[in-house]
Design a binder for this molecule. Structure first.
Ligand code: AMP
Length: 286
């Protein structure tokens, strides 16, 4: 017998969560856009460690996609997602329709204007407003004690932590490590859209990050030198189009000073055709 419960209605989700809370059960939430892979599953396990009840939301959130982005072609396979989650014990899957999540005349959104203005936010205007708004709504619907987010989306994680602190959400954020393919490519639902030639070249992101980790460990303190190494490694992939390769202070996301200091985020966004890949590493003291 499946130990999965699928809820579609936000009101039912919230009623269920309120009942769990009243019964003293700790709720763990894992927000996803579906097309699940082992990166998502690692977050389910992380949440499970600290919660009695695990809710996995599966919702391709239209408001975080720009008009020319891949909302229509974003991979979806709900039956496969349920199969994968079925192996993870009792889980409540919250999979609402967009029309049930957003009132047609909705006019309140969560906007952050400092951390969200750089990196992915610079080229995806409105993206983080969509992310923060949907996460605030998910937090109100699933009422989690803990919510797990992957370090793969480092800027998103930083923004969620800031929203939880600044708006006093009564929950703790659990950051999960980046889960990678055997050749180092960070797992992503979008990887399936890479044709074979691009898939082979896509390891350049991971190689670039390893290269600067090693340079940092050897004592390279110059931000510009590490950024140049990132760009040079990405340039070895003939079809890669670099969007950004930057070192930023992990807390403020301001550009790292000429001599970086820990913790510094090294972040990459690279396009292969119409597929956009991101990856990052957190540089700690060498
Ligand atoms: P997504 O479905 O892509 O919106 O991702 C849902 C959650 O899974 C986010 O918190 C992501 O950061 C996380 N995630 C996605 N890919 C990975 C990965 N390779 N390793 C760890 N977490 C991931």
């Amino acid at each position: 017998m499946s130990r999965l419960e699928v809820l579609r209605d936000p009101a039912v989700m919230q009623t269920r969560a309120l009942a769990w809370r009243r019964a003293g059960r700790r709720i763990g939430l894992v927000p996803t856009m579906g097309y699940l892979h082992p990166g998502h599953i690692s977050l389910v396990r992380l949440a499970r460690e600290q919660a009695d009840v695990v809710v996995v939301s599966i919702f391709v959130n239209p408001t975080q996609f720009g008009p020319r982005e891949d909302f229509a072609t974003y991979p979806r396979d709900f039956a496969r997602d349920l199969e994968l989650l079925g192996a993870e014990g009792a889980i409540t899957v919250f999979a609402p329709e967009a029309a049930a999540v957003y009132a047609p005349d909705a006019s309140v959104q969560v906007c952050e204007e400092r951390l969200a203005s750089c990196l992915c936010g610079a080229t995806r205007p409105g993206h983080f407003r969509g992310v923060l708004t949907v996460c605030a709504k998910l937090f109100h619907l699933a009422l989690p004690d803990v919510a797990a987010f992957g370090r793969k989306d480092a800027q998103q994680l930083r923004l969620i932590e800031q929203m939880v602190r600044d708006l006093n959400f009564p929950l703790a954020i659990l950051p999960g490590p980046i889960v990678r393919e055997p050749d180092g490519l960070a797992m992503s639902s979008r990887n399936v859209r890479l044709p074979a030639a691009h898939r082979a070249q896509a390891t350049c992101l991971h190689r670039a990050l390893r290269t600067i980790e090693q340079a940092a460990a050897r004592g390279e303190r110059r931000t510009a030198a590490l950024e140049a190494l990132l760009r040079a490694t990405i340039a070895t992939a003939p079809d890669a189009r670099l969007e950004y390769a930057e070192l930023r202070d992990w807390h403020t996301l301001a550009p790292a000073p000429a001599q970086w200091h820990a913790p510094t985020l090294a972040a990459l966004a690279v396009h292969f055709g119409d597929v956009r890949l991101i990856d990052n590493t957190l540089l700690t003291a060498s």
